[in-house]
Each structure stands twice: as C-alpha cells, then as structure tokens.
Ligand binder design. Structure first.
Ligand code: DON
Length: 308
C-alpha cells in the first residue's frame, strides 16, 4: 500500500477529529493522580510528523498534556546511550501480562522487572540514569534530549503534577522499596521516586511529541539520531510491552510500536514513514487512552502503515 499524500492525510485527520469529538464514551481520566483527575475528558488531538519535516495535526494539538509513561521511552533511550547493554542485567525484555503498576512478578523473579515500561522496570531505568548524579542533572538530560528531538525548547515539567503524584504514589513507593530489598536500586528510593515522578510530569503537545518521536522513526533528516540497532530495539519493546497487558491487543489492532501514558497520550512509530502522537485523556481498562487507541486503529487502516 502506498502512503497517502499529505493532503489526503490532512483531510483524513480533520475527519477523524470530527468523528472522535462526536462520541459520548470517552473512558475515565486517571484519578489516582489528583491533578490528572481534573482534566476534562472530552478532548482529542492528533499529530503526524512526516519524513519531509511536515507535521500534520487536528484537534487540540497545541494543548500540553502530562506525558506520564510515554516518558519511559525517552528515559530508556538516554540510559542505553549512557550504559548500553548493562541495563539488561537489571531489567528484562519480555511482556509482563500484568498491569503497569503490578508487583506480583517481582517477588517470583527476584526483583528483576520484566521490561522497562511497567512501573517497576521504569523505576530501575530511571535509577540507572540517576546513578552518580543529582535528580536535577538527570531531569535536565532528559529534557535536553526531548527538546533537541522535538526542536522545541518550550517543553517543561509540570511540578504540580509531580507533587500530586508524589503525595499519593504509595504503589510506586512500594515498588521502589521492594526493588531496593533485592539490591536493584543504586540510589536512595526517595531520590529515584522523585526523579521518576518528575519525568512522568513532563508536559507536551501532540505536535511536540510527534516531533520528538522522529528519533525513533529513523527519519534521515531528524535533528537527533539513535543508532539503527538502538531505535529498532526500542521499537520492538514498544510493540511487545508499550501498552502493558493491552500490548497484544494494540499490536493486533494497530500493528505499530506504541507507548501509552495515563495522561492519555500515545506515541506511535511507523518506522521510516511517520511519528504519530495522539491524546485523549479518558482511559480504557488497561490504563491506556480509550479514544487514542481507537484513533490509532483508524490511522493504521487508512494509511496501511502497519508493519505486518
Ligand atoms: O507511575 C505511574 O503510575 C504514572 N506516573 C505513570 C503510569 C502510566 O502512565 C501508565 N501508562 N499508561
């Protein structure tokens, strides 16, 4: 299937925005983080970055939202740049089949989380990025990476969201201390948790996120480049683990690597063809954007970009 022209794609996105905004079942916003509970649910945005540098968008594409777990992709890219394959001694590369915040496998698997995208694995990844540095420097590196990849300096951490999660993040605190009990945290748990909450509280628009994703789509003219092998591997993990226990269903419906966040964002990569960001804050039962997932399904059907 040949990719649609930018004009055809733009009309499709406008129509998709109309269809999505007409709906009444938006899902439920993440209310376990108090700041996110107040986000109006009936919102939708989509942006598609193309290899020629264009970004096509529809809906509320200039509204920053909390990227939450989408940040885990960029932390992973940074940490692999810093310590390479050493990370895999501490974190696995298999789907967990459990929810993002589950603790059950950690006991059985002796504190080595299944993958870097479930919360336990993301805490270890952030901990590895933090090693021998202060949280401020670590977060500055992550923001520098995102701003460079998106070619936009207007990307910031929403401190109210970070503090809101910190005040209620008992499950993540439990995970961090449990990891520490197995010797799989190198920093004090509170430092790792604080860095993780701030990384999750980065706010971006879909335009910015789609631009940042170009680094994974391996566009030759993207402002930042990962090695082909690194980009391939991160995409593989997004495909198999990026939607937690909903990863199989996302691959089945969309057929593209994706990473979701409880803020309602999803970053989707069509290697060599597009970097797509969708946002709609209502979630499905897996904690992934309900309308965002449906929109991704429509995009895959319209464009023929599925890798399968
Ligand atoms: O750690 C948490 O629970 C949140 N900061 C991030 C979780 C998340 O985004 C799960 N993704 N759908």
């Amino acid at each position: 299937m040949i990719s649609p022209t930018p004009e055809a794609l733009q009309s499709f996105l406008d129509e998709l925005n109309g269809t999505m905004c007409d709906r009444t079942d938006w899902g439920r916003v993440a209310d376990y983080i108090p700041e996110l509970a107040d986000v109006p649910v009936d919102q939708f945005a989509i942006s598609v970055a193309l290899p020629d540098g264009q970004v096509l968008s529809a809906g509320r594409n200039d509204q920053p939202f909390s990227i939450q777990s989408v940040s885990k992709v960029f932390t992973l890219a940074c940490v692999l740049g810093r310590i390479g394959d050493q990370l895999w001694t501490r974190v696995g590369r298999e789907p967990s089949g459990t929810s993002f915040d589950s603790i059950v496998l950690l006991e059985r698997e002796k504190g080595r989380p299944r993958n870097p995208f479930i919360n336990a694995g993301a805490l270890v990844t952030t901990d590895a990025l933090l090693e021998r540095r202060m949280p401020r420097e670590t977060l500055a590196e992550l923001l520098h990476f995102l701003r460079g990849a998106a070619e936009d300096d207007d990307i910031h951490i929403d401190k109210a969201v970070a503090l809101s999660e910190k005040s209620t993040g008992h499950r993540n605190a439990a995970l961090a201390h449990y990891l520490a009990s197995f010797g799989n945290l190198r920093n004090p748990a509170e430092l790792t948790l604080g860095t993780y909450f701030h990384q999750c509280a980065i706010a971006m628009t879909t335009d910015q996120l789609a631009r940042a994703g170009r680094v994974l789509a391996r566009f030759p003219d993207a402002p930042m480049q990962l090695s082909p092998q690194r980009a391939r591997r991160i995409n593989a993990l997004m495909m198999t683990c990026g939607h937690y226990d909903g990863s199989g269903d996302f691959a089945f419906r969309v057929g593209l690597p994706g990473k979701s966040g409880v803020g309602g964002g999803i970053l989707i990569i069509a290697p060599g063809k597009a970097s797509i960001a969708v946002w709609s804050p209502g979630l499905n039962n897996y904690g992934n954007s309900k309308v965002g997932t449906e929109a991704a399904d429509h995009v895959a059907r319209f464009t023929g970009w599925s890798v399968f």
